[in-house]
Design a protein. Structure first.
Length: 445
């Protein structure tokens, strides 16, 4: 199996000499095997290795057991290890996310915070990829969904992506690699568990070498996906005109390329990836003049052979106003700024829900404070998070349409961004026990 991992690393150029590799270590067989292999070959690639574990607090004592196991193993084997305990259920409730979505977000935020420009290695396997394919197929998917889990995505690499779970179990047994069991993996009420426990075993009756077949299939589909995406990017560039996109140029292409191009156009313009229903509707609109509304109230229009988004206005940037205690009206939205004593905050909370997302320590403002639009290079380290992110990335994560981004208000001082409307407050100025005066942004429409 080590040879297979090395082959995967080199095939996809996963590791760069001199970088730090953060291994996402749950304590299960897959991640323990990944850590074992990378620790064996780290000198070959000239990498620094560390392990990182997130205790999601979802399985009580079992979650704490996993965290202790990971720390003890790494300490015994002289591997640097970092761990963090996060109540994911509570964080999901506060952020109105699913537990799965929240867990994934907090994990990767934590991993990214541990080392600048690090590579994050996760233990996804060919078995995981097959489960993903079947799950996507059952829900209805495009070609991309049939490609499974990609070997590389941004700074995330998956060295075990061509290894199967049975191979990993055998590898752990032969090398005396300890690991823990997640009891929820055996509950087939979860969709993925049902696929793994009940559906995948049936493939063996059709083709005992089904894993080899799946790997051949996904590699071929990934090549097709890349080629079609390249063609659609060329089509978008060819279709761009001063007021929008040339409908005739789009219609002159094959539907497979045109619909990909429409997906890219809508996503880039609105900031939200459209669903298939949106794509089909806009595709029909290209053939005759008309107007329709898609997601988030975005209007698409085709007029005189031009596809455009009429309500997405160009806002003159940057806009900026000195921050004082008063009411601001910006793009039909009002903000009232007040400075209050900390003892008065409790009374304010009774009236205004989620007020803490719009409060920060007034005495920590550095220099001149302004309320303004985003500018290139803006970033913020949000309270309760352990990493700094660009405003652009946060807008992407919150699926804020591109059309709306220049309208969103930020409060900043001479040291950077303090608050972003709808997203939160900087850790630098969060309220503490020592806070005396609090700046409150009262939000209204």
């Amino acid at each position: 199996m080590i040879d297979k991992v090395i082959s995967t690393i080199e095939q996809y150029k996963m590791l760069k000499r001199g970088t730090t590799v953060v291994v996402a270590l749950s304590g299960g067989a897959d991640s323990m095997a990944l850590l074992f292999v990378l620790n064996m070959i780290k000198d070959r690639y000239g990498i620094s290795l560390m392990a990182a574990h997130v205790n999601h607090c979802l399985r009580g004592d079992e979650s704490d057991r996993d965290e202790k196991f990971v720390i003890d193993y790494c300490t015994k084997n002289n591997i640097r290890v970092e761990s963090k305990k996060i109540d994911v259920a509570e964080a999901a409730r506060q952020n109105r996310e699913s537990i799965e979505q929240c867990g994934r977000r907090v994990r990767y935020e934590y991993f990214d915070s541990l080392s600048k420009n690090a590579i994050v290695a996760t233990a996804h396997t060919l078995s995981d990829s097959l489960e993903t394919i079947l799950f996507n197929l059952a829900r209805g998917t495009t070609l991309k969904g049939l490609c499974g889990i990609p070997p590389i995505r941004n700074n995330i690499v998956r060295p075990l992506i061509e290894c199967t779970r049975p191979e990993i179990d055998e590898f752990c047994k032969n090398n005396n690699i300890p690991y823990v069991h997640d009891s929820t993996n055996f509950d087939d009420l979860y969709t993925r568990n049902h696929i793994r426990l009940n559906i995948i075993p049936q493939l063996d009756r059709i083709n005992p070498k089904y894993y080899d077949a799946v790997l051949r299939c996904t590699k071929s589909l990934l090549q097709d996906e890349e080629y079609l995406n390249n063609l659609s990017e060329e089509l978008v560039r060819d279709a761009v005109i001063e007021k929008g996109f040339n409908a005739a140029v789009l219609l002159g292409s094959h539907p497979a390329i045109r619909k990909r191009a429409l997906w890219a156009i809508i996503h880039q313009t609105t900031g939200t990836p459209p669903d298939n229903k949106n794509i089909e509707a806009v595709d029909l609109l290209l053939k005759e003049d008309g107007t329709l509304q898609i997601h988030n109230g975005i209007v698409v229009e085709v007029k005189a052979g031009v596809l455009f988004f009429p309500l997405i206005e160009k806002i003159e940037l940057p806009w900026c106003y000195d921050l004082t205690e008063k009411r601001y009206t910006l793009f039909s939205k009002s903000f009232e700024i007040k400075v209050v004593n900390k003892k008065d905050l409790e009374n304010i909370q009774i009236v205004h829900n989620n007020i803490l997302d719009n409060c920060f320590d007034y005495d920590k403002i550095n220099g001149n404070a302004v309320i303004r639009s985003r500018v290139e290079g803006d970033s913020i380290r949000l309270k309760n998070r352990n990493c700094t992110k660009s405003i652009k990335k946060l807008f992407n994560e919150h699926a804020i349409p591109i059309a709306q981004r220049n309208r969103i208000a930020l409060i900043a001082d001479d040291s950077g961004v303090l608050w972003v409307d709808g997203i939160g407050v900087s850790q630098r100025c969060e309220i503490t026990d020592d806070t005396k005066n609090i700046l409150v942004v009262f939000n209204g429409r």
